[in-house]
Write a protein that binds this ligand. Structure first.
Ligand code: FAD
Ligand code: A2P
Length: 349
């Protein structure tokens, strides 16, 4: 605490605390995170820098660990994310990566090989999960990776029997201390641009929030020398009930801390109704804000990301198409160009 900036921060904090006491309000905690220096300083991206973008993509780690020789990590924690009154089970899992070479960046996925064999007696195949932490991990020591996993459960269409997904159940029931076989990382579709002034539109249903948690933590919770986010991040988040809003407290805290840089729009399907009186799905929110979104996507530095249920894509296209048509633009064609320019990113499952 001997640098002028630290003294300044401490003074600010004391002044704010004293002020808050006087008017009797709860002040959101000011987080003092160390500034993270990353080895390769990253240049801002523009559409015209496709060559440097390609070089950057080639630098992204992939398949460091393959299914034949996976990394064996340890489960450090496994916490429920769905609160009382919510639907189903979604867990936040933290795995220890120390002793290995598994490095990853925001937007990538890892594979998990569940223990045991399938019906034919062969070892289970891996399942992919989006990484929910930044490259530095939840503990900021570059030694962990986090996942956000919903336990798959459904009634068998023929027998009516309750069926639980193999890998998601394995993960959701995992005890801290257990070994876990990890492959990857994989994926270059959902990478976050290095440009700190970019606009980042995120559309998630359920566990589709995972990569966006990583983006938002990188943008707002970590302090970087070479990436200080100054653009607009806008998250559309679709869930069944309010208690299903994953990471709700943290998201809303970010929104209150950075109101000029972070917008948060929920679609709570089983509590809210859209204008037509049907379930409030994420696409109804897109339709409500379609003109604003259309303005935004036309900017060279706007990137749109969609993650979660496959079913949401069609509805999102309808909303965007309606807005584009008003301006005489064919959305399908426009979206093709956005994809070519790496500004429209989809990872649905
Ligand atoms: P399995 O035992 O493999 O069962 C799945 C099978 O059950 C399906 O193939 C289907 O045949 C059947 N089935 C499923 N639902 C029904 C139904 N309603 N009626 C009848 N049959 C049905 N999941 C997450 O929770 N979090 C993530 O972050 C995440 N990220 C992903 C990222 C990518 C790139 C991909 C491709 C997938 C991601 N998934 C994520 C999904 C994950 O990979 C698994 O598919 C999921 O956990 C289910 O696996 P399981 O082993 O539990 O189910
Ligand atoms: P609902 O289940 O009420 O039909 P989760 O993965 O946590 O269950 O959340 C998924 C959210 O996405 C739920 O609110 C779910 O609504 C909603 N959803 C389901 N199908 C679609 C779809 N085709 N398009 C958009 N949202 C959907």
């Amino acid at each position: 605490m001997n640098k002028p900036i630290d003294r300044f921060k401490k003074d600010l904090k004391n002044i704010a605390k004293a002020g808050a006491k006087l008017i009797n309000i709860d002040l959101p905690e000011i987080e003092e995170k160390p500034i993270i220096a990353e080895s390769a300083p990253e240049a801002p991206l523009t559409q015209t820098k496709l060559a440097s973008k390609k070089a950057k993509k080639d630098d992204i780690p992939v398949n460091t660990y393959r299914p034949k020789d996976p990394f064996v990590g340890k489960c450090l924690s496994n916490e429920e994310l769905v609160r009382e009154g919510g639907e189903g089970t979604v867990r936040h899992l933290l795995f220890d990566l120390s002793g290995g070479d598994l490095r990853y960046v925001e937007g990538q996925s890892i594979g998990i090989i569940p223990a045991g064999n399938d019906e034919s007696g062969k070892p289970h195949k891996l399942r992919l999960y989006s990484i929910a932490s930044t490259r530095h991990g939840d503990r900021l020591d570059d030694k962990t990776v986090s996942l956000c996993v919903r336990q798959l459960e459904y009634n068998h269409p023929k027998t009516g029997e309750r069926v639980y997904g193999v890998c998601s159940t394995y993960l959701c029931n995992m005890e801290p201390g257990a070994d876990v076989k990890i492959t990857g990382p994989v994926g270059k579709e959902m990478l976050l641009p290095d440009d700190p002034n970019a606009n980042i539109i995120m559309m998630a249903t359920g566990t589709g929030i995972a990569p966006f948690r990583a983006y938002l933590w990188r943008m707002f919770k970590e302090k970087h020398e070479n990436y200080q986010f100054k653009g607009l991040a806008w998250l559309f988040f679709g869930v069944a009930y309010t208690p299903n809003i994953l990471y709700k407290q943290e998201l809303e805290k970010l929104q209150s801390q950075y109101p000029d840089h972070f917008r948060l729009t929920y679609a709570i399907s089983r509590e809210q109704k859209n204008a037509a009186g049907s379930k409030m799905y994420i696409q109804s929110r897109i339709a409500e804000h379609a003109d604003e979104l259309w303005e935004l996507v036309q900017k060279d530095n706007t990137h749109t990301y969609i993650c979660g249920l496959k079913g949401m894509e069609g509805g999102i296209d309808e909303g965007m198409s309606a807005a584009a048509t008003k301006h005489g633009v064919d959305w399908a064609e426009y979206q093709r160009d956005l994809k070519k320019a790496h500004r429209w990113h989809v990872e649905t499952y």
